[in-house]
Design a protein around this ligand. Structure first.
Ligand SMILES: Nc1ncnc2c1ncn2[C@@H]1O[C@H](COP(=O)(O)OP(=O)(O)OP(=O)(O)O)[C@@H](O)[C@H]1O
Ligand SMILES: [Mg+2]
Length: 254
């Protein structure tokens, strides 16, 4: 059984960075390949992980629409399954699948549904799946139930950030196609004492599982177009992410 971790939250607060940190922590543990899914139409997880990805699930859907008549002996389901295997980027410790940007109202077409079915099959091959999302999760496929073991809601440590994450959390609660076992709040880019934020944190309505410090090393890596895996072993940010991963994994194994 795979363990699915999803990351959501306000734009620009560190969802992709935190997703990449979780993946890095799991990778360093050699738990077997982790499946990273970039479910944000504005895909940047590959870049943060240092994995080059040229083709997305949405690209396959677009291409398949034009393929009314496939060559003899190739049926559409087989063709789609093959294409999906082709775009899954395999690297040491992490495989990456990029969902891309669904085009127009056809995004719930047959090809889409078939592909989502295959994605569900692929997920079963991994012990851990990490899903980086755009702000909320309303873009995920509504036709199949999405089972998520842990959802992290990422906020910056500001009153406005926490108010926004409260709204996002309330919206996610209304998405009945999502079955989420645990939800936690994560504060990112923490630089100062957060005492004044106690009430706003309480109002989010999910427990605060950890705080991630602001770290210059991340800015430097980003500017140099280097992956998160280049963070030094003594990175406080990496250590804080590791503590959070330990909490969810040990509580789940109890
Ligand atoms: N803890 C941190 N310390 C320093 N910089 C950080 C930290 N977390 C994130 N950043 C920086 O903040 C910026 C936004 O981060 P990121 O892309 O992870 O946010 P996001 O929520 O995924 O954004 P989007 O909504 O656009 O997908 C990036 O430049 C990233 O390097
Ligand atoms: Mg992002």
């Amino acid at each position: 059984m795979s363990y699915t971790i999803a990351v959501a939250g306000k734009g620009g607060t560190g969802k992709t960075t935190f997703s990449a940190l979780i993946i890095e922590v799991l990778k360093r543990r050699s738990v077997g390949p982790v499946l990273a899914i970039d479910a944000d139409p504005n895909s940047t997880l590959g870049m943060t992980l240092g994995i080059d990805c040229q083709c997305t699930v949405s690209d396959i859907i677009e291409e398949t629409k034009g393929l009314r008549n496939l060559p003899d002996g190739v049926n559409k389901p087989l063709h789609l399954e093959y294409q999906l295997q082709r775009i899954l980027v395999e690297t040491k410790g992490v495989d990456l699948l990029v969902m891309g940007r669904p085009e127009g109202p056809d995004c719930y077409c047959m090809a889409n549904n078939m592909l989502r079915g295959y994605v569900d099959e692929i997920i079963k091959n991994y012990k851990y799946v990490v899903l980086d999302n755009e702000a909320g999760m309303e873009h995920l496929n509504r036709k199949t139930t999405q089972n998520i073991d842990t959802l992290f809601l990422v906020s910056d440590s500001t009153q406005i950030g926490l108010k926004t994450i409260t709204n996002i959390k309330n919206l996610i609660d209304k998405l009945t196609f999502l079955v989420i076992k645990n939800k936690y709040l994560v504060l990112n880019r923490v630089r100062q004492d957060i005492q004044n934020l106690e009430n706003a944190i309480k109002n989010v309505g999910v427990p605060l599982i950890g705080k991630l410090p602001f770290e210059d090393a991340v800015t430097n890596l980003e500017l140099a177009e280097k992956p998160i895996s280049d963070l030094p072993d003594n990175s406080l940010l990496l250590k804080s992410a590791e503590e959070i991963v330990n909490k969810i994994i040990s509580s789940d194994q109890k």
